[in-house]
Design a protein around this ligand. Sequence first.
Ligand code: SF4
Ligand code: SF4
Length: 140
Amino acid sequence: MKAFECRLCGTCCYGKGGIVVKDEEARRIAEFLGLSETAFRDRYCESLHGRTYLKCGDDGYCIFFDREKMCLIHPVKPARCALWPFFPANVKDPQAWELAKDACPGISRECTHEAFVAQARIDAPQAFTEPLVEPLEPKK
Ligand code: SF4
Ligand code: SF4
């Protein structure tokens, strides 16, 4: 049994302000969509406190979520999406991993945190090395 196996439920694509887009990700997604970066930002992103986020649709899901096809930008989706649920906090902290189970039915209820970490080492080694979001610049 795997410690995590995506059930394609879409729960992680729901909710406003969850998906930060880094500059290089914005460029990559814009290219994938055949848009200029400016057009992509205008159409699909919003800014808050100096960060760029993907917009949500009226249904509350990410603007790129489609119930049939799931993620419409899957090959170039932001790192945050690609990594979930192997976020650094869920790998480091068993309590965060317990909470993550409420948000992700793909995390096995039978496996241990050690098994989750072992799978992360293979499937998502970035979880051990990279911050998902750079800290905000202090306000001057
Ligand atoms: S919440 Fe978990 S199981 Fe559902 S789509 Fe996201 S990663 Fe997959
Ligand atoms: S970019 Fe794709 S994976 Fe990420 S929240 Fe949007 S639809 Fe979901």
